[in-house]
Design a protein around this ligand. Structure first.
Ligand SMILES: *Cc1c(COP(=O)(O)O)cnc(C)c1O
Length: 356
């Protein structure tokens, strides 16, 4: 158990008015969680303090070599002043997978969860209550040694900040267009594609800009070696419904193991719906589309939950999926997962955690 000290702000900010367009990641709550790590001492001084700027040396290692990791979660309003979060144990475990890959010290999973829950409790009134809105939570760790040598840092900061965020799709669930990228790659096997770390995003920006310039919302990355097998979308995992079966690329080290991805697989199994994790080539996808077997495509991730894909571009071909509409399984998964998260549906797999 962490002994978290809490220093509340004396100048609380005005909360966004109900109905205001929150967008994503622009607004921050009154407080943040912060804890130090020092070699030999371990994690220490866990505290919640007013949201504030950090003071770091320009030589802090994170600025130079990118030794950093992050997580992404959401809190929803619960009953009687409580809050709900979704499968925090999965984020805490994944955080340590990222930490291990990046030579960041282990952070006990119960401490990670306790930090997140403590911040949600303090800033509970910042959880927006409009349809599709939530309090986005961003736990992260950065290397802080003042040193320009290349080595794992000996000091770190673990922080959690929170941002009231709007519905991912302002006009409701909307199919997006996706660009299958065949020039740049995001990650390679043996690299850090499975870790949630800024470097993977830095590598992906150029593809994202290219896709936007071409009028597509997101990039679908192919494997880094043969550029032939489907990996994942910018900040989402990807699923296909082919001839009645749900398929998704198997985890191979260069794909981020999404909590939403795992939830979709488990729900399909719970519903006795055929689901398979396997290697999927872009040729197989094109064939499925040409034979009419490609029925639905959707992305999965904490921010959008389920994101229907209406259009996929590869080379000269633009594939329209399901007539550009939302498929029935896509819709059912969205309704079920968000229903569980918001406390509107039964939670058969025990995923919702109430913070009192
Ligand atoms: C976070 C993330 C996802 C989605 O993971 P969730 O746990 O479902 O939010 C997918 N791909 C990448 C690259 C990510 O960073």
């Amino acid at each position: 158990m962490l002994n978290i000290t809490i220093q509340k702000t004396t100048t609380p900010a005005a909360k966004p008015a109900p109905g205001a367009n929150l967008g994503f990641g622009h607004i921050f709550t009154d407080h943040m969680f912060i804890m130090d790590y020092t070699e030999g001492k371990g994690w220490h001084d866990p505290r919640i303090v007013p949201f504030q700027r950090l003071s770091l040396s320009p030589a802090a290692m994170v600025f130079h070599y990118g030794q950093a990791m992050f997580e992404g979660m959401k809190a929803y309003p619960g009953k009687n002043g409580s809050a709900y979060i979704f499968r925090p144990d999965m984020n805490a475990k994944r955080a340590n997978k990222s930490n291990e890959r990046l030579c960041i010290p282990y952070l006990p999973e119960e401490d990670f969860i306790q930090a997140v829950e403590a911040l949600v409790r303090v800033d509970r009134d910042w959880i927006p209550t409009g349809e599709g809105e939530s309090l986005y939570l961003r736990p992260f760790i950065i290397a802080t040694d003042e040193f320009l040598g290349v080595a794992p840092s000996k000091t770190y900061l673990f922080m959690v900040i929170a941002s009231p965020s709007g519905a991912y799709y302002a006009s409701g669930l909307n199919p997006v267009g996706i660009w299958i990228e065949d020039e740049y790659v995001r990650a390679v096997r043996g690299g850090m594609g499975f870790a949630k770390t800024g470097g993977n995003y830095a590598a992906s920006l150029i593809g994202q800009v290219k896709a936007h310039d071409e009028g597509f919302a997101q990039v679908l990355w192919l494997d880094g070696v043969e550029r032939k097998y489907i990996e994942e979308v910018g900040s989402m995992n990807i699923f296909f419904k082919i001839a009645g079966k749900i398929v998704t690329p198997m985890l191979n080290g260069s794909i981020l193991p999404g909590v939403t991805r795992d939830s979709v697989i488990q729900l399909c199994k719970h519903w006795n719906m055929p689901v398979e994790e396997k290697r999927i080539s872009v040729d197989e996808l094109l064939e499925a589309q040409h034979s009419g077997a490609l029925e639905e495509v959707f992305g999965t991730g904490t921010a959008a939950v389920i994101s229907p894909v209406g259009k996929l571009r590869y080379g000269d071909e633009v594939m329209t999926i399901n007539g550009g509409g939302i498929g029935p399984v896509t819709q059912k998964l969205y309704d079920t997962i968000t229903g569980i998260q918001l406390g509107r549906l039964e939670d058969p797999l025990g995923w919702r955690v109430e913070i009192k």
